[in-house]
Write a protein that binds this ligand. Structure first.
Ligand code: NAP
Length: 351
């Protein structure tokens, strides 16, 4: 198949760089445009980007110009991966969708819009159909599809497996979130060295709402939020990559930790998703050691796309306790968005 021309918006940031790295040699997509803020216009990506990843910057990327995020500048890209800050995304992404470009966005700007899919392909691939509603309502030839906030991602994948098997009533979540989740330069070193910061602006609201949309049912033209109570505490810790979330879960139907472990380990993506190039293999890995998962040891499981679960045990107040780990800039951002784009291509929404 001819490769689909794609753009990366805000390619210079923490998530943008992950897109560039993951798109290197992608079997379906070819990068034809990289954008950045005004400070980079007229310069090359190699000159402007402070590359943060251990993998080298691809040669082709270093030579590309940094462009404005406007449809006319994107060299014919049909799909745009957006790592824009939310306030910029709110202006830029609809303009691109109106101009016929399909946008897979990491930004929070449109996640709550009723006609915008908030997608994790293993969890709610059927919600992709919302782009038909969106196009009809807004008169766009392109569309916007979003992926959830990086803390919601791993926990929603684990919760989906438990929801399907036992039903969910209430969830109590405490996160320990990596520094790369705050972008670059992110949290000042003097704030986080030797420290934990028990506040991340807007994060608890996202973690309490986004899983309910993804675990909800699409009926007709709208998603009915899952009737699950979620309470979240979100914390920034001195870890580079990988968000850890401790979950306490009340199930609709009681289950032992062993039964829950079996269900989590057996969780599969629906067939078309399992075949996609960026699919997580396995979707969930269950660790049996008493002290895993750990960010440093487990975040790259399945090329950073696998959700790693451990410490399954019963709970004296609710039913179950478990710890969930997910790589925030891969599974929780660029890798998740890439998988969404692959799902949209496979579902025929790019033709
Ligand atoms: P970041 O490291 O601060 O990067 C933001 C980038 O946006 C900067 O590189 C900046 O470019 C660029 N930018 C600003 N205005 C722009 C414009 N008008 N046009 C093009 N580029 C522009 O932030 P990040 O962590 O990558 O986050 C990006 C987005 O993804 C945010 O919406 C965030 O909430 C979301 N997200 C992040 C994570 C994560 O784990 N980090 C996970 C999920 C979602 P210059 O360098 O040129 O100034």
């Amino acid at each position: 198949m001819n490769k689909i021309p794609v753009a990366v918006l805000a390619a210079t940031g923490s998530v943008g760089q992950r897109f560039v790295q993951l798109l290197d040699h992608h079997p379906w997509f070819e990068v034809v445009a990289l954008t950045g803020s005004e400070r980079g216009h007229g310069k090359t990506y190699g000159e402007v980007c402070r590359w943060l990843l251990a993998e080298p910057m691809p040669d082709w990327a270093g030579k590309m110009p940094v462009l404005p995020s406007e449809a006319a500048s994107l060299n014919g890209a049909r799909l745009a991966f957006s790592a824009l800050p939310a306030d910029t995304a709110r202006q830029v992404e609809p303009a691109l969708a109106q101009a016929g470009i399909c946008v897979c966005s990491n930004a929070s700007a449109f996640r709550r819009e009723p006609d915008v899919p908030l997608l994790i392909p293993e969890v709610n691939p059927e919600h992709a159909r919302l782009v038909e509603v969106q196009r009809k309502r807004r008169g766009w030839s392109g569309w916007i599809a979003t992926n959830p906030n990086c803390t919601s991602t791993g926990m929603t994948i684990a919760l989906k497996a438990l929801q399907d098997a036992f039903g969910l009533k209430r969830v109590f979540a405490v996160s320990m979130q990596a520094l790369s989740g705050a972008g670059y330069p992110g949290v000042a070193s003097l704030d986080i060295a030797d420290n934990v910061v028990p506040f991340i602006g807007g994060e608890e609201e996202k973690v309490e709402w986004e899983p309910r949309k993804m675990l909800g049912k699409l009926e007709g033209e709208e998603v009915h939020l899952a009737e699950i109570g979620i309470s979240a505490h979100t914390n920034r810790v001195a870890v580079t990559d990988g968000h850890l979330v401790c979950l306490t879960v009340e199930l609709a139907q009681r289950a032992t930790p062993e039964q829950a472990a079996t269900v989590l380990a057996a969780f599969q993506a629906p067939p078309p998703v399992a075949e996609l190039p960026s699919a997580a293999r396995p979707v969930i890995q269950v660790r049996e050691e008493e002290n895993r998962p750990q960010p440093r040891l487990d975040r790259m499981t399945g090329r950073g796309m696998t959700t790693v679960v451990g410490r399954l045990r019963s709970d004296p107040l609710f039913d179950l306790r478990l710890v969930v780990l997910s790589h925030n800039t891969i599974r929780g951002a660029a890798g998740g968005s890439l998988l969404n784009a692959e799902l949209m291509v496979r579902a025929g929404y790019l033709s």
